[in-house]
Design a protein around this ligand. Structure first.
Ligand SMILES: C[S@@+](CC[C@H](N)C(=O)[O-])C[C@H]1O[C@@H](n2cnc3c(N)ncnc32)[C@H](O)[C@@H]1O
Length: 272
């Protein structure tokens, strides 16, 4: 496990993921009934963008710092939340900020050092359960939730060469355990072939109601670069397909460098 999110926190791909995550959490909170969030690959939860790791890559300068500098209207809820939380919020911080008194979350992190920091950051919040645990295995352990309402975020580091296949299996597993769950899974877009194969697998599988929101900084033809990213969502909440495209466009407007092939897409991979 070499991946440490502290080097990448606040980059463009993180902003895409977190802006959509916030929209999903707000959608979950539209109903009064309590919900549970399972964050399978949680990281440490909060990041100091002035720390050595972040400064070494400078990725946040081309991500969240541009949004803080000038905030398009569609991104105001996300950027206001980032501002209000102080340190740059990872997924557990965004989730914990959005939980209502009856809601709860489970955050899993497998790297022992990152888990220790995650526990230090959130262990005192009674609504947040922090586990040193394999996030894929947690899907079987924690689903279905007693609340019968859940958002599951799957955000692996893609160090393993078979991560797309593991992700697809995890989506099927989550759906088999809890068909009503809203499942969001992040993926990198470097070149087209693995993403096309992933989409095909989801199109031809037994999952119902699947959409993908995609964001391209440039043509995805260089396998060595993160050229974009996507979030596949199973059981997207009402109005996802109407309200996510303006968020993606606003992200691209601020984070894109007008390179050939930049763009956004909302793709339906399986009908309801
Ligand atoms: C992309 S980062 C997560 C970022 C976080 N979701 C966020 O948005 O702030 C992926 C994290 O997964 C952890 N990890 C890797 N393999 C794991 C596994 N099998 N189960 C749980 N965590 C894992 C890594 O240590 C890393 O902290």
């Amino acid at each position: 496990m070499n991946y440490r999110h502290a080097f990448h926190a606040g980059n463009a791909a993180d902003c895409v993921k977190h802006a959509i995550l916030l929209w999903l959490l707000q959608a979950m909170a539209r109903k009064a009934k309590p919900f549970c969030v399972l964050d399978t690959h949680a990281g440490i939860g909060r990041y100091d963008l002035h720390a050595d790791a972040a400064l070494r890559t400078g990725e946040a300068a081309r991500g969240i710092l541009r949004l803080l500098d000038y905030t398009p209207e569609a991104l105001r809820p996300y950027v206001d939340l980032v501002r209000s939380l102080g340190l740059y919020p990872g997924s557990p911080a965004i989730i914990s900020a959005m939980l209502r008194p009856g809601d709860r979350a489970i955050a899993c992190e497998l790297h022992p050092d990152d888990h220790a920091i995650l526990r230090r950051n959130f262990g005192r919040d009674p609504r947040m359960a922090v586990h040193l645990r394999d996030g894929y295995e947690a899907i079987g352990a924690f689903l279905p939730p007693p609340e019968r309402r859940a958002l599951i975020l799957i955000d692996p580091p893609y160090e393993a060469t078979d991560e797309f296949a593991r992700l697809e299996a995890a989506l099927r597993h989550a759906s088999a355990r809890f068909a009503a769950g809203v499942v969001a899974a992040w993926y990198p877009i470097k070149h087209r072939a693995p993403v096309r194969a992933f989409h095909d697998a989801l199109r031809n599988g037994r999952l119902r109601d699947v959409v993908a929101a995609e964001f391209f900084l440039r043509e995805p033809v260089d396998a060595a670069r993160l050229n974009g990213c996507g979030l596949v969502v199973v059981n997207p909440p009402f109005r996802f397909e109407a309200e996510i495209p303006p968020i993606l466009s606003a992200l691209l407007d601020r984070l894109g460098d007008r390179e050939p092939g930049e763009g956004t897409a909302l793709i339906r991979l399986a009908d309801e």
